[in-house]
Design a protein around this ligand. Structure first.
Ligand code: NAD
Ligand code: GLY
Length: 382
């Protein structure tokens, strides 16, 4: 059950909301609103965090917004330790993880200590994994600072690192103890990062909410120009969808797979281009287009539904093209993906916007032939 409470009635754009991810004794609140960082210390103290946390972040985020967070934490807890990892996907690795462990030992962290993951999905995933493993598991709080992290990666407890054998191949499920999503920090995001996060918002709409799709169609320019009310709305509604799904299927036994709409082909596109050409969200957008086109070919999705979503994706950003990606590279990446069950290709399809179907037993040769066509024609398949 998801509850939303208005904690600041009367000031619409800056009203803070709270959702709860209901997971029994592991339930946790998500606070959403503009300008939450200066309240982080007092809010966390009210939630029962009574010792000083250790903040994990990167220099980019810390330089932009770290002072606001630290000032507020210091006012409540006194001096705070901060551990920096490098900025970028390549730092979601074993070396950075060791750096975090070293920092935790140096700060004399014990089993009662808690971390604050302050940054985008990279910081959130690795800090969450450090929390999952340090002394067999300590608490952590997510303070996500990218749109992607606010609407997706900070909630749900998927934590991990990349290894030379592949992305996110070492990891765990470890739920945060609270999440504070300050939508004000999104205003400093580069336009391309904002767009990449927006594709995950579109995914949420595509799998569960035509109201969200309608909202995005109507308010896209306000969102792209970081208007407060529009940002708060999409973060809140995406999280409502994600929290509801995670509460029903925490460990991705079945239902949670719908959150992977666009990810099967998306991950393969990222891997085939060595994680350099596309932002994660952009690859997911291409993956959603691939899944929609395939579903159209199977006669499951009416063309007008697919075209509606493709047009929305098109309005967000001119994405890097698929040019030069070899079918063999894409296919190799696809069959290496951990989402493949015992060699079967599994795809999340959207027969109608807001509705999903998980399709097992996709015929390999048929899908491979479709991908060849998709790589050649891209958006022109619609
Ligand atoms: P990211 O963490 O690399 O952040 C993108 C860039 O934005 C970085 O350079 C970062 O320093 C910068 N940045 C962050 N906040 C900023 C701000 N407020 N203003 C200006 N710049 C800011 O990338 P991301 O897109 O947030 O996350 C991608 C990662 O998330 C990938 O590793 C992906 O695997 C992971 N992910 C995890 C889940 C999950 O469920 N755990 C879901 C989706 C993605
Ligand atoms: N990002 C997909 C999930 O959390 O399951």
């Amino acid at each position: 059950m998801i509850r939303a409470r208005n904690l600041n009635r009367g000031r619409r754009a800056s009203a803070h909301k709270t959702l709860t991810v209901s997971l029994g004794k592991f339930s946790y609140p998500i606070h959403i609103g503009e300008n939450l960082l200066p309240q982080a210390g007092s809010r966390l103290a009210r939630l029962g965090f009574d010792t000083a946390p250790i903040v994990i972040t990167n220099p980019t985020v810390f330089k932009l917004h770290g002072w606001k967070l630290c000032k507020s934490l210091q006012a409540v807890y006194g001096p705070i330790s901060v551990i920096h990892i490098g900025d970028g996907e390549r730092y979601k690795d074993q070396r950075s993880l060791n750096k975090i462990y070293d920092g935790l030992f140096h700060a004399r962290a014990d089993r009662k200590s808690w971390l604050v993951a302050f940054g985008g999905g990279v910081v959130g995933d690795i800090a969450g994994f450090a929390a999952a493993t340090y002394m067999r598991g300590i608490r952590y709080v997510g303070v996500p600072t990218t749109l992607l992290a606010q609407v997706d990666s900070s909630v749900g407890g998927k934590v991990g690192i990349n290894v030379p054998q592949g992305k996110n191949l070492i990891g765990s499920f470890h739920q945060p103890s609270a999440v504070l999503a300050d939508t004000g920090v999104l205003k400093s995001l580069p336009a391309r990062e904002l767009a990449a996060g927006l594709f995950e918002v579109i995914k949420c709409g595509a799998i569960r909410s035509t109201a969200m799709i309608g909202y995005l169609e109507k308010h896209l320019s306000q969102i792209l120009s970081c208007q407060s009310e529009a940002l708060q709305h999409i973060v809140l509604e995406s999280l409502r969808i994600k929290a509801g799904i995670v509460a029903r299927d925490e460990k991705e036994k079945h239902l949670r797979m719908v959150l992977n709409f666009g990810h099967t082909v998306g991950h393969a596109i990222e891997a085939a281009t060595h994680f350099k050409r596309f932002k994660h969200g952009e690859a997911v957008a291409w993956g959603m287009l691939a899944a929609l086109g395939y579903s159209m070919e199977l006669g499951l999705t009416p063309r007008e539904e697919a075209v509606r979503l493709a047009s929305l994706i098109d309005r967000v950003e001119k994405m890097p093209s698929l040019k030069g990606i070899e079918l063999s590279e894409l296919w190799d990446a696809l069959i290496r993906d951990k989402k493949f069950r015992a060699g079967d290709i599994q795809l999340v399809l959207v027969p109608k916007l807001g509705v999903t179907r998980i399709r097992d037993c996709i015929r390999r040769q048929h899908f491979k032939a479709y991908l060849k066509h998709f790589l050649r024609r891209g958006k022109r398949i619609f």
